[in-house]
Design a protein around this ligand. Structure first.
Ligand code: SAM
Ligand code: SF4
Length: 316
């Protein structure tokens, strides 16, 4: 289905849980989240019904996200059923990677095609700091296990944070030489006022300045601008939601674990679908797609996102 601005909506990001085994500083509060009542959250059947509704309107790419999707006990069943929905051509999953050593093989068997792993730093102390307690070695073991399963694509995501990991741009990008992976640098999005100093909000062009040998690559239809280091096996991607917003080609709809369709990541507008039949879900999807704004509005340290949620409650 096409929205009011001629954008074809083909991609659904489904958050299957708000909960997480980490507490990344840019994503969720130190205290975690108030666990919602079970009956407030989408059931597995409702998630599958929502995917069917989306697919009937032309969505063919699905991303399973969270919170941390791998702590959801029925994640494999959700992936397997999602991959079997008519019209869904690609199931991707975004994870912090810590539980991947146990999950890579079953995810692959369940029909997951692609994996994105969040990796902001290669320094164990900095990793523990930014994730508030995560263990870098677990995420790296997760990467190794995903590599050995042969997913069709593995992408690493680093949130670019001035004064934190801008001194590691080269080291992170060189992972694309060592492994057949893409390394994407994502601009830090201001989710709440004052969480980071203004200097933390670096434009992704900082990567181009740090790596003059990067060679531009053809677009692949995704949101990242692509480059490659000489001799690399994968691309370096720049994702610039803040400084060069990609709203003009936004093809996505988000569905939260508590059953709210979000036409835009940074808008408080939400369309509840919990408890609806598939036919009514289709109507709600139509409403939400037609409510997609042209762009997300200004995002700066002083004008944070108006979304009204933390990122773990949206799915990124
Ligand atoms: N737990 C999984 C993970 O960390 O990959 C999936 C959920 S997480 C919310 C999805 C993505 O959102 C991650 O790549 C994370 O780095 C990104 N993210 C969270 N907060 C962000 C922020 N304030 N700015 C930019 N990216 C953010
Ligand atoms: Fe958890 Fe992912 Fe958010 Fe980090 S970015 S707190 S791993 S949901």
């Amino acid at each position: 289905m096409t929205d009011r601005f001629g954008r074809s909506i083909t991609y659904l990001r489904l958050s299957i849980t708000e909960l997480c085994n980490m507490r990344c500083r840019y994503c969720m509060p130190e205290t975690g989240v108030c666990k919602k009542r079970h009956d407030e959250m989408l059931t597995e059947d409702e998630m599958i019904r929502a995917i069917e509704a989306a697919a009937s309107l032309g969505v063919f790419k699905l991303r399973i996200t969270g919170g941390e999707p791998l702590i959801k006990k029925n994640v494999l069943s959700i992936c397997e059923r999602a991959a079997a929905v008519e019209g869904i051509r690609e199931v991707c999953l975004t994870t912090n990677g810590a539980l991947l050593p146990a999950f890579s093989a079953p995810l692959k068997a369940a029909g997951v095609d692609r994996i994105n792993i969040s990796l902001d730093t290669l320094d164990p102390d900095k990793y523990a700091h930014i994730t508030r307690g995560g263990v870098l070695a677990d995420a790296l073991r997760g990467l190794e296990s995903a590599l050995s399963e042969g997913f069709s694509k593995i992408k690493l995501n680093a949130v670019l944070i001035g004064g934190f990991n801008d001194d590691e741009i080269t080291e992170l990008a060189e992972l694309t030489v060592r492994y057949p992976v893409d390394m994407r640098f994502i601009e830090l999005m201001p989710m709440t006022a004052g969480a980071f100093a203004p200097e933390a909000y670096l434009p992704s062009s900082a990567v181009l300045e740090a790596l003059p040998s990067l060679e531009p690559q053809p677009e692949d239809g995704g949101v990242a601008r692509l480059y490659r280091l000489p001799g690399a096996q994968g691309n370096v991607g720049l994702i610039s939601p803040v400084h060069a917003h990609f709203c003009v080609s936004c093809n996505r709809m988000r569905l939260t674990a508590d059953g709210r369709l979000k036409p835009c990541l940074h808008s408080p507008r939400e369309y509840p679908i919990k408890g609806l039949s598939k036919e009514d879900m289709i109507l709600r999807f139509r409403e939400a797609i037609l409510a997609k704004p042209a762009w997300h509005g200004e995002l700066t340290a002083l004008h944070p996102s108006g979304t009204g949620r933390n990122m773990n409650q949206i799915g990124g």
